[in-house]
Design a protein around this ligand. Structure first.
Ligand code: ATP
Ligand code: MG
Length: 653
């Protein structure tokens, strides 16, 4: 990358801005309104969804130590499924609501219209009711990316049950701990989950998990692949058969704005997963609004978020946000690299996708396999690209921009968390010029502050660096941790009194742009210089032979902390001592001598959560030569990666 590209600013395209929901002018005006008078602002925005009993209260929130309480639209009542389905049936009943693309590219895609969605969700809800599920009960969903996953989530919402989706890649132990933590009455699973041509035995995982759960947990099974499975009479229920026999309509129930909609356990990259609770009214308003504005979604567009419904991104931007807006949302069962590295782009071409939203980790892995996979397909339908999950290093941003966006599509780098329900800091594509690697500016109603990590002082200068906190509540914010409000306060509100603490480090540049530097735990201090690990990783990945890199600190006698880099090379590149010297010199040149890695370890793979995030806390332990106590590794996608790294570590004591 040239220096010019590194400092590049991409202004919104005039033609795009002319039709955008938000323009530079309206952003400036409405953002100011949203923070000066949040009650008036959100009183109006709350009307984008349908209420059964309209709210008179809008905002009732406090971040005060020991008394954290968050309520939005508190006296309103609604039904989330009715907002996502019923209200669209009259106006767009035959429009595709969910466009399902199966794992097997030869198998047929399904177009599920709003009318059909109403029927399927009703049938599912009637089956759940017949099994005794009532308003307020918890239901754990452990399903592949199939339409039934959406039916199950919406059926819960329809009858007021609280869902907790567990990603289908999780082990029986992880599944059991989540069922038990939320006291679920029912588990919904499938026989097998096909992904990338392989099949995960979900039902047999569920059987193992249920051995560690209460005896009365019901197990509903979707016979998806039709393969042989074991069956427990009296406990297991054949969902498809029951749905076929059930009534095709189920009335929706009235729930309070603050009744829980779902519990979702965080991905666990920094510790034991937390049961994040989102409620109904504020969450839906925020998911719908961010979906419409961040992606500049317009009626008739085909929207594709590649996340799994097991993550919050799948909740807010496959299901709730898009469906609340009457969108066509694409749901993909497969993986980006099967049957080959062109699958994402083949699907974009086939379904004429208009907005495409994925993770930097997916972009980096595809980048390593070469641009020819992208070039083979017609991507002219794309209007906008997005990313989420990690800071996107400028190298990956540029690849995405050049090869997928053909240099003309806006890229929205959306910063948010399971805890925040929707985007917090993100470009609005018709309004905000982008800089590769920056999430840019706050969404409406969001007031970021940068605090000094040592003194907790608010940094009021425009240019600042420290920890990222949020000053006041927004409607999509989590309300508590399931069954543990004390841990909620402790985890998010105790470090910086009066603020929501994101756990992320951040820099604000002279233009007021926010740059997430990684989690605070990932900031290292080398000879008195504080450095985000993301910065060093970004430099390493900019080298043409490097596919991926993870950087952590380790105790260093002279410098305090030394820089330990795990490096995955591009396909076909041979590791060598010479290449190590080359990388050291490269980082030295890109950032400066202070950032030169002290130790480089070749990593055939990096430990990642199942949502694709690098688990730096494990890498830190290995680098500290403390690999005996790796902590909770239950959310690792591929545990064998860790064994290899431990065996080949550079820092033997
Ligand atoms: P846990 O909280 O259990 O450690 P997690 O934080 O990985 O898990 P998520 O809620 O999925 O779970 O991830 C949110 C985090 O992801 C953010 O706090 C931030 O570190 C990172 N992140 C998400 N989007 C971006 C982005 N656009 N730029 C930079 N970082 C991002
Ligand atoms: Mg987190």
């Amino acid at each position: 990358m040239t220096e010019q590209q590194q400092g590049a600013v991409y202004a919104p395209d005039a033609a795009f801005a002319a039709h955008a929901h938000v323009t530079a002018q309206s952003y400036a005006r409405d953002y100011a309104r949203s923070v000066q008078d949040p009650v008036a602002f959100w009183r109006q925005e709350g009307q984008r969804i349908d209420w059964i009993r309209d709210y008179t209260e809008v905002k009732d929130t406090s971040f005060a130590p020991g008394a954290v309480s968050i309520r939005w639209f508190g006296d309103g009542t609604l039904n989330v499924a009715a907002n996502c389905i019923d209200r669209h049936v009259a106006t767009r009943g035959s429009q595709t609501a969910i466009l399902w693309e199966p794992d097997d590219p030869q198998a047929e895609a399904k177009h599920i219209s709003y009318t059909e969605l109403l029927e399927q969700v009703s049938r599912m809800a009637n089956v759940m009711k017949a099994q005794g599920v009532q308003k307020g009960d918890r239901v754990v969903i452990y399903l592949p990316m199939i339409p039934e996953a959406a039916y199950a989530m919406l059926a819960c919402a329809r009858i007021g049950a609280v869902h907790s989706v567990v990603f289908a890649g999780f082990s029986p132990d992880s599944l059991a701990s989540r069922i038990n933590d939320c006291g679920a009455k029912m588990l919904i699973t499938a026989d097998y989950a096909p992904r990338g041509g392989k099949k995960t035995p979900l039902k047999s995982n569920a059987d193992k998990a249920l051995l560690d759960c209460r005896d009365d947990v019901k197990c509903m099974v979707v016979k998806h692949t039709g393969d042989q499975i074991s069956w427990v009479q009296g406990r297991d229920i054949d969902v498809k058969a029951e749905m076929a026999a059930a009534k095709p309509y189920c009335a929706y129930v009235e729930v309070g704005a603050e009744d829980p909609l779902f519990i979702l356990y965080t991905s666990g990259s920094t510790g034991k997963p937390k049961g994040v609770v989102h409620t109904s009214g504020g969450y839906l308003v925020y998911a719908a609004m961010t979906h419409q504005m961040t992606f500049d979604y317009h009626d008739g567009d085909v929207f594709w978020c590649t996340a799994d419904v097991g993550w919050v991104t799948g909740h807010s931007y496959i299901l709730y946000g898009p469906l609340a807006n009457g969108a066509t949302t694409l749901m993909f069962e497969g993986v980006p690299t099967w049957p080959d590295a062109g699958r994402f782009w083949a699907v974009c071409e086939k379904h004429k996708v208009n907005q495409f939203y994925t993770a930097p980790t997916a972009i980096r892995s595809l980048m390593g396999l070469g641009p020819e996979w992208v070039e083979k397909y017609d991507l002219s339908s794309l209007k906008l690209l997005g990313t989420v999950g990690e800071p996107i290093n400028p190298e990956a941003w540029n690849w995405y921009n050049t090869h997928v966006g053909k240099g003309t599509r806006p890229i929205v780098d959306t910063f948010w968390q399971t805890e925040t329900g929707g985007h917090l800091i993100t470009p609005l594509p018709g309004a905000i010029a982008t800089k590769p690697g920056s999430a840019t500016k706050p969404f409406f109603g969001v007031q970021p502050e940068i605090l000094d990590p040592a003194t907790a002082e608010v940094q009021s200068a425009t240019e600042a660096e420290g920890v990222l906190c949020i000053k006041d509540s927004w409607p999509g914010q989590m309300r508590t941790l399931w069954g543990d409000h004390a841990r909620f306060e402790e985890a998010y509100f105790s470090q910086y009194k009066g603020y929501y603490f994101t756990g992320d480090g951040c820099r604000r540049d002279g233009d007021g742009y926010y740059w997430i530097t990684g989690r605070v735990d990932d900031v290292i201090n080398v000879s008195g210089h504080r450095m985000g690990t993301a910065e060093v990783e970004s430099a390493l990945v900019a080298h043409e032979k490097v596919a991926e890199a993870a950087v952590v600190g380790y105790p260093h006698e002279i410098k305090g902390q030394g820089i330990y880099a795990y490096v995955t090379l591009m396909n076909g590149v041979e590791p060598s001592e010479e290449l190590k010297r080359e990388l050291e010199a490269f980082v030295r040149h890109e950032i400066g001598p202070i950032a030169k890695p002290d130790l480089i370890q070749w990593a055939p793979g990096l430990p990642k959560t199942r949502s694709g995030k690098i688990m730096r806390r494990i890498l830190r332990k290995i680098a500290e030569n403390d690999h005996g106590s790796l902590g909770d590794t239950s959310t690792l996608a591929d545990p064998s990666v860790v064994e290899d790294l431990v065996a080949n570590r550079m820092n033997r004591g």
